[in-house]
Write a new protein. Structure first.
Length: 340
């Protein structure tokens, strides 16, 4: 009986199918450990900074916000997650991997706006998280990005905490806390105003203002808090700190604006997001404006830049790239930028 021979074309087809099967299998195996969509984010060298100091990285994520903090005890913190674009999320994941961060102890979302929470759902899906601080919105779909973030947060297994005055955490000599917005149950508070009328102004007013401190040096991170909110904070600080009623205190730590080392400016340094009074009280050594080119909003404004330059060094991410502020154990401050 004559044996039938396979044609060259048939053999080539079989080989092609076999190779494709091997490639697909390999990709599926790789995807178990690394998400294919962000595979290049994992092709970086990993180097965690030495413990004992506070490293605060303000990332250049265009017209959006994101900061990564490496805490003195080795824990980690992520504030905001960019606008959700692929390139921005890829950059954030790449930087987390460069810093050898697979677990985020504290994840803070400062606003329901896309440029703050846009990439958080993807980040939560690719990293483990211990505690998530979120804006209190009774309308989960106030923005599409916020809805995606809250869905990911709910399924993450992380502890969920409303981001409001008095919330925060203490780790040894480091702590962070919310100075604004007010508690979500406060009548007439920022959250109640946003939830009853989610206008752009009310959404901005409900944006978080955070105070972080280590070794006697503080950092103020203002999300999209408008001038009126910043002015009100300055007024309250002046009035209440004078009568020492404990308003500006967190877990036994007195909050002293004069110890401010870094101010992450509000609203990308836009018009209507500056307060000369607050800047005078803080008089920060370094100010950072996180902003993208060609944003169409006139950011950063001359008003904001002039206000901040009157007090110390000013770094703008669209010119200097990523900014890293380091506070040593003895309170010494150093700053580096990705571009000179």
């Amino acid at each position: 009986m004559k044996k039938s021979k396979l044609s060259k074309k048939t053999v080539a087809a079989i080989i092609s199918v076999a190779v494709a099967a091997v490639i697909i299998t390999a990709l599926l195996i790789v995807n178990i450990f690394f998400p294919l969509k962000y595979f290049t984010a994992y092709l970086v060298g990993r180097n965690r900074s030495p413990q004992g100091a506070l490293y605060f990285h303000v990332l250049d994520v265009g017209h959006a916000d994101c900061a990564i903090a490496e805490l003195p005890d080795g824990k980690t913190m992520l504030i905001d997650g960019g606008d959700g674009s692929y390139t921005t999320t890829l950059k954030i994941l790449t930087q987390l991997n460069r810093l050898d961060i697979d677990h985020i102890d504290y994840l803070v979302c400062t606003s329901v706006k896309a440029e703050h929470c846009g990439g958080l759902a993807e980040i939560i899906s690719n990293k483990t998280v211990g505690e998530i601080f979120y804006p209190y919105s009774t309308n989960r779909y106030i923005t599409r990005e916020f809805a995606a973030f809250m869905s990911a947060a709910a399924s993450s297994g992380a502890r969920l905490t409303v981001g409001e005055y008095g919330a925060g955490a203490v780790n040894g000599d480091f702590y962070f806390t919310y100075l604004s917005p007010d508690v979500h149950t406060a009548p007439g508070g920022e959250y109640q105003a946003m939830n009853s009328s989610p206008t752009a102004a009310n959404i901005d007013a409900a944006s978080a203002i955070l105070w972080l401190e280590f070794a006697g040096r503080g950092m103020l991170y203002a999300g999209d808090a408008p001038s009126a909110t910043l002015e009100a904070l300055a007024d309250e600080y002046e009035q209440l700190s004078q009568i020492e009623d404990g308003y500006f205190e967190y877990c036994g730590h007195a909050i002293d604006f004069s110890r401010c080392a870094l101010y992450k400016a509000a609203g990308h340094g836009g018009e209507g997001y500056a307060s000369a009074k607050l800047s005078d009280l803080l008089s920060p050594d370094v100010s950072v404006i996180s902003v993208g080119e060609g944003n169409g909003e006139g950011c950063p404004s001359l008003e904001a830049m002039a206000d901040l330059l009157a007090h110390g060094q000013l770094y703008i991410t669209m010119y200097r790239g990523d900014i890293t502020c380091t506070v040593s154990q003895n309170g010494e401050l150093s700053v580096s930028a990705a571009r000179s």
